[in-house]
Write a protein that binds this ligand. Structure first.
Ligand code: NAP
Length: 436
């Protein structure tokens, strides 16, 4: 009997576990489960819609999904449709690759006001994630404040100020591109609580901000040190030097008549979101960096705005019965081992950092542990799982069905765009002729 493995979550970390198991040439049967009908997790729902070349990594995942050892079960949710105990009873190994879908909180007064939308929700909305279809962000504003100096903050800022021509090849859903293009947003303030050297942007993403058609990257030269000092690894120091060089270029570049601006606002931490019940501004305290930490200076500045997007990291609200470590915000694990027969990989294991490729060694680690712990398959896996789903009238979406969704999205694409996404599960199931 093959070793039966179920991977919960079909983002990059899930696919890298499957890929590593296949490459091991062990006798395995691998089922990949996702709560959405569509696979690929953050590649579909997180990677920016104008970065299509990054999304091409799904071609490798597709090869994995089409491998004879693998089955895909979309539209099946751990905790809603099936419990962890039921998966453990059916499979020799359960791998949790469920990511970090929630938004971290700022922890300042006013952050529950209308018009404060975390990056998980905002990015989900512009990427057509069904959870956020009706988000209706407050784009009737000239100014937007994006909090955070990471790549997600850059993605959000860029998507808000790119021209329609620059977005031609993006896969923004139509209602989203209409909303963004109709909005009067001209100024995006990207707020970092520390300085330019501490910012977490990668350099390719930062440089792109200097090349936008109709948006200038505004940097106060007074915020920029002569050179990078501090205790960095060689690699980190090189990255920070490249970022500093890019920011210096921005600080002296001519505006060239660009109508919109992205203001790099360093040394400022949010202390309050201002407004009656709806956001009218963000109050920031100016900071200085002491021993790598942002310290308030007691000087405050208000930025008027109708939308605040905290892009400060992600959280996980774990499904019932999944062991959770409150102190790290991750699934409790010992280098990937959770409990007998249960493993974790990706952001749910390490926390919300790292690029797509960072998940590859994680996947290899989980696969190696499974093969070390389970010498012979003894549980039936998919036959028991399918029986359970059928007994509950749960209609799963298999990979061939996803490919039909994919083909329909591609066929509906506006000129130049790769696809027009379905943004509700109901529309996807309707296409498939499902009874639901
Ligand atoms: P990130 O890189 O960790 O950046 C988070 C930012 O939020 C940091 O600037 C952090 O400041 C700030 N922050 C955290 N808590 C804050 C608070 N309470 N108040 C103010 N600022 C706060 O996270 P991310 O941007 O969400 O990205 C997640 C991962 O995905 C990263 O590894 C990123 O590189 C990756 N990603 C990559 C790409 C790409 O390659 N194109 C695109 C998107 C995401 P401190 O530094 O002071 O903590």
């Amino acid at each position: 009997m093959p070793i039966s493995v179920v991977i919960v979550g079909s983002g990059p970390s899930g696919f890298y576990v499957a890929e590593a198991l296949i490459k091991s040439e062990a006798d395995v049967a691998i089922d990949i489960v996702d709560r959405l009908p569509t696979p690929y997790g953050l590649i579909r729902g997180g990677v920016a819609p104008d970065h299509q070349s990054t999304k091409r990594v799904t071609r490798a995942y597709e090869r994995t999904a089409l491998n004879e050892k693998v089955r895909y079960y979309g539209n099946v949710e751990l905790g809603r449709d099936v419990s962890l105990d039921e998966l453990r009873a059916a499979y020799d190994a359960v791998v949790l690759t469920i990511g970090m879908p929630g938004d971290s909180k700022l922890g300042v007064p006013g952050e529950d006001k209308k018009g404060v939308i975390g990056s998980a929700a905002f990015v989900g909305w512009y990427n057509g994630h069904p959870d956020f279809k009706d988000l209706d962000p407050c784009l009737e504003t000239g100014n937007v404040v994006v909090i955070g100096n990471g790549n997600v903050a850059i993605d959000v800022a860029r998507v808000l100020v790119k021209t329609p021509a620059e977005m031609t090849e993006a896969d923004l859903p139509r209602h989203v591109s209409d909303a963004i293009q109709a909005s009067p947003v001209t100024d995006v303030y990207m707020v970092g609580r520390r300085g330019p050297v501490e910012a977490k942007f990668t350099n390719v993403e930062l440089r792109e901000m200097g090349q936008l058609e109709n948006a200038a990257a505004i940097v106060d030269p007074g915020d920029l040190p002569e050179e990078v000092t501090g205790d960095w690894s060689d690699r980190d120091k090189r990255l920070r030097e490249r970022n500093l060089a890019s920011l210096k270029e921005f600080s002296t570049a001519p505006r060239d008549g660009k109508a919109k601006s992205v203001h790099f606002t360093f040394y400022a931490k949010p202390v309050e979101i201002v407004g009656p019940d709806r956001v009218t501004g963000a109050r920031l305290e100016k900071t200085r960096v002491v021993n790598g930490r942002a310290e308030g200076t007691g000087a405050f500045v208000d930025i008027e705005c109708g939308l605040v997007v905290p892009a400060i990291g992600y959280t996980l609200d774990p499904p019932q019965d999944v062991p959770f470590d409150q102190s790290t915000g991750t699934i409790r694990n010992d280098n990937g081992r959770v409990e007998d027969g249960v493993y974790v990989a990706g952001w749910a294991k390490r926390g919300p950092s790292g690029v797509i490729g960072t998940n590859k060694p994680d996947g290899q680690n989980a696969a190696a542990q499974i093969l070390e712990d389970v010498k012979n398959g003894s549980k039936p896996g998919r036959t028991q799982f399918e029986t359970l789903l059928k007994s509950r009238n749960i209609e799963w979406v298999d990979f061939a069905a996803w490919q039909r969704i994919d083909a329909a999205e591609v066929a509906n694409a506006p000129p130049g765009a790769p696809r027009e996404k379905f943004v509700t599960t109901a529309d996807m199931l309707k296409l498939l002729g499902s009874a639901s």
